[in-house]
Design a protein around this ligand. Sequence first.
Ligand SMILES: O=C(O)COP(=O)(O)O
Ligand SMILES: [Mg+2]
Length: 222
Amino acid sequence: MRFTSVLFDLDGTLLNTIPDLTDAVNAMRMQMHQRPLRQDVVATYVGKGSEVLVRRALTDSLDETIEPDRLSQGMELFYQYYHAINGDKTVVYDGVLDGLKSFREQGLKMAVVTNKPGEFTEPLLVRTGLAGFFEHAVSGDTCARKKPDPMPLEHACQLLEAQPQNTLVIGDSRNDVQAARAAGMAVVAVPYGYNEGQGVQNLDADAIVATIDEAAHWALRQ
Ligand SMILES: O=C(O)COP(=O)(O)O
Ligand SMILES: [Mg+2]
């Protein structure tokens, strides 16, 4: 097999975090005198990290323009509520555990690369029982730039002492695919996550796999 390491996206790939993110967003919105948003709407706002989520949730659109005072009030409330509930309703997707075990049995080194801030990533990996699979977690605030910039993938690759051409990225959105392409890494996409409201069919991925378990089988054939 060509791969020695795998970099996993978190939200929408390993974990369904939308119920918790929606609760935190709606607690923030209620406090700021706005009506609650539906989960499927919030799902389209996820992908570029917490600040962009708060901007989109407060404007209820992909328009991220907002006054600085309102943004800082929203950020403070969102962080407070998300810390309080992070993981409560989060579910590990079907096929993730089998897939992670299969990658581990194949001897691959694994890391998480997420746009979620590190203060949420670490406790969530512990709470969902996934932490032990990964040597490192690179979060949205670990590097100077987030996905779709390749920087966090390159950083994770260095931490794992791997080469980009031997590294596989698995994600649910264009942010993952664009970052992987720019980093010179292979990338497969799962269709069940959140791609900012778009399907994954038009992404420039090497394959679309139904589950992480299927991704492990795909990797073995390369
Ligand atoms: O926090 C986000 O916006 C998305 O996080 P992800 O990179 O794990 O999908
Ligand atoms: Mg994702």
